[in-house]
Ligand binder design. Structure first.
Ligand code: NAD
Length: 260
């Protein structure tokens, strides 16, 4: 379905990004991976996806806090693949603290990675999408792009921001073949969430399993995690022709979190 297309997924060395990169490769797209981690592990992931799905897979270690590195990554991807057709803004970090104790350095990093990096990737990839008359931009927001939780000031601000950015980009390209949408997941069991589970277990003196159930029960009515594979399938739908008129949406996949 996505043969001859090229996809960039930021933050795809782990978690949801990796799940989406695999889904795109499975649908025939060439994929540019990005994110941090052990070099040998990342090379194993890259080569594994390439041979499993028979597509080209490249890796770029651009730091999403650095506009110059983002620009360079996209220029070199355009040289190698002829342009990015599918842009998935996924890289993200979390920090949990009350707003009056929130470290300013963490605030700046979260806004840079979870929000500003999407502005930079979008402004750099749009010209080539426009010249080809087709594109898919999918921003991985969160339920926290729609509702708030305590102690997540920077994350909630960034995610609400990316839902707003999604709408503007969708409107500016509404008469073209380029769509822009956001996916808003609830809890997904990835390293980003595992840290929060471990912190809860330590703080409350409960087991990690008990902390998992407590975390889910608080917010997610299904009391079950969303999986990266399920998000990958939703992404493929948003990339399909059937989704041509899905524009500017903030699409929840949250076990009922925001229905409450
Ligand atoms: P994760 O920690 O497993 O993966 C984050 C990825 O981002 C990694 O590949 C990491 O290397 C990369 N990254 C971090 N800082 C970077 C930087 N400066 N430059 C480039 N790459 C960087 O986390 P995840 O849970 O898979 O989260 C992925 C996205 O999904 C995030 O935007 C997150 O906010 C969002 N999200 C996660 C959940 C959840 O429950 N896990 C829910 C809703 C939304």
């Amino acid at each position: 379905m996505l043969k001859a297309k090229t996809a960039l997924v930021t933050g795809s060395t782990s978690g949801i990004g990796l799940g989406m990169a695999r889904a795109l490769a499975g649908a025939g797209a060439n994929v540019l991976l990005n994110g941090f981690g052990d070099g040998a592990e990342i090379e194993k992931l890259r080569a594994g996806i390439e041979s499993e799905f028979g597509v080209q897979v490249a890796y770029d270690n651009a730091d999403m806090t650095r506009p110059d590195q983002i620009e360079k990554m996209i220029t070199s991807a355009e040289q190698r693949f002829g342009g990015i057709d599918i842009l998935v803004n996924n890289a993200g970090i979390q920090h949990v603290a009350p707003v009056d104790q929130f470290p300013t350095e963490r605030w700046d990093a979260i806004i840079a990675i979870n929000l500003s990096s999407a502005f930079h990737t979008i402004r750099c990839t749009l010209p080539a999408m426009k010249s080809r008359g087709w594109g898919r931009i999918v921003n991985i927001a969160s339920v926290h792009g729609l509702v708030a939780s305590v102690e997540k000031a920077a994350y909630v601000a960034a995610k609400h921001g990316i839902v707003g950015l999604t709408k503007v980009v969708a409107l500016e390209n509404a008469r073209s073949g380029i769509t822009c949408n956001a996916i808003c997941p609830g809890w997904v069991l990835t390293p980003l969430v595992q840290k929060q589970i471990d912190a809860r277990a330590a703080a409350q003196g409960i087991s990690v399993e008990e902390a998992k159930v407590a975390l889910l029960s608080e917010k997610q009515p299904s009391v079950d995690f969303v999986t990266p594979e399920q998000i990958g399938e939703l992404l493929l739908f948003l990339c399909s022709d059937a989704a041509q008129q899905v524009r500017g949406a903030a699409w929840t996949i949250d076990g009922g979190w925001t229905a409450q």
